[in-house]
Design a binder for this molecule. Structure first.
Ligand SMILES: Cc1ncc(COP(=O)(O)O)c(C=O)c1O
Length: 321
């Protein structure tokens, strides 16, 4: 018992040390490169191209964050600008009774380009928060349940019901900070830069069921497990695959769904098209996420977001109506 507690304390201390080191590195790098850690106000953007933003007060700046992590192809990418111009000239707004050919085509192109493990249908909105809200709401409607499972390191959006602290009547936010380092040296996703080239095999014997940290949860109450594959609110933290497998598996075993929030991690920002693709088991057709929320990089700065829903879910719902 004592050894177990000591190991956990050691892991927590190790985790805190890693976090502090990474923050120190970031501040040091930012200082050396004369970037803004905290911008002095006012700072007025005049125009942007590629990696640069021209400001009124400070001249040309290198935008190390691609806008708010959205301009993944660079600011004002000529292809994106051209398509926006063409669309504005052709059709700017439709009533909801009309269809356009774009949504279906876009989902098809995305599925092919990103090599998604199964077929999805898509619904398009404007902001990432809306997309996450819709995905969560769909999970509630499809399961008839209200409570969701989430991790305490997860950012879901700006809406009241998504922001932390989330209402514990509807959300269980697991404190997973003690789990982040578990088996990380050998898992496919890991939290230490120096380990990314290690052989990706998890030989750590410890598993979540025997560890028991989450065995008290009643997994049958959850509409969904809402997962952000690489926490964006600060440092990029990728929870271990075995933790994911355990939580997603438990929720799904009782009829709950897996919602993946790719608003920030999508479109190549983690080295794969989508963050969930770092998790081997989620690339399997039968385990692929049920609902995927997209935003930011989808429009490369243009405000468009989406929810992708597994086609078999949509079909099942339609036939039960
Ligand atoms: C992980 C994640 N989810 C959702 C959102 C919300 O997106 P938006 O600001 O477009 O509403 C953000 C925004 O930063 C985010 O980082």
């Amino acid at each position: 018992m004592l050894i177990h507690a000591e190991i956990e304390l050691f892991q927590d201390l190790l985790y805190i040390e890693i976090v502090i080191k990474q923050v120190e590195i970031r501040i040091e790098e930012a200082w050396q490169m004369r970037l803004f850690v905290r911008p002095e106000w006012p700072i007025t953007a005049l125009w942007s191209r590629g990696t640069r933003v021209m400001t009124k007060e400070y001249g040309e700046l290198v935008d190390m964050e691609s806008g708010c992590w959205a301009a993944v192809l660079g600011h004002n990418h000529p292809d994106v600008v051209r398509v926006i111009h063409e669309q504005v000239d052709t059709l700017l707004h439709t009533h909801q009774f009309f269809q356009t050919e774009h949504p279906e085509k876009l989902v098809e192109e995305l599925t092919e380009a990103a090599n998604l493990p199964t077929k999805y249908s898509g619904s398009f909105l404007s902001s990432g928060s809306e997309a996450v809200s819709l995905a969560v709401m769909l999970s509630e409607l499809l399961t008839g349940r209200r409570k969701k499972l989430c991790m305490n390191i997860t950012y879901l959006g700006a809406c009241k019901d998504l922001r932390q602290p989330r209402d514990n009547m509807y959300w269980d936010d697991l404190d997973v900070t003690g789990c982040l380092g578990c088996g990380e040296l050998r898992t496919r996703v890991c939290n230490k830069r120096s380990d990314t080239n290690e052989i990706m095999k998890d030989t750590n014997e410890r598993n979540c069921a025997t560890c028991g940290r989450y065995n008290h949860l009643d997994f049958s109450q959850y509409a969904s497990f809402v997962f952000e594959p690489g926490n964006s609110g600060g440092l990029v933290l990728t929870p271990p695959e075995k933790l994911l497998k355990f939580l997603a598996g438990k929720v799904r075993a009782t009829g709950g769904l897996l919602v993946v929030n790719e608003v920030t991690t999508g479109f190549g920002r983690t080295g794969e098209w989508f963050g969930f693709q770092h998790y081997e088991f989620l690339n399997d057709e039968s385990n692929a996420p049920d609902l995927i929320a997209l935003g930011k990089g989808l429009g490369n700065g243009y405000p468009i977001s989406a929810v992708l829903a597994r086609e078999n879910l949509v079909m099942a719902e339609m036939t039960s109506m």
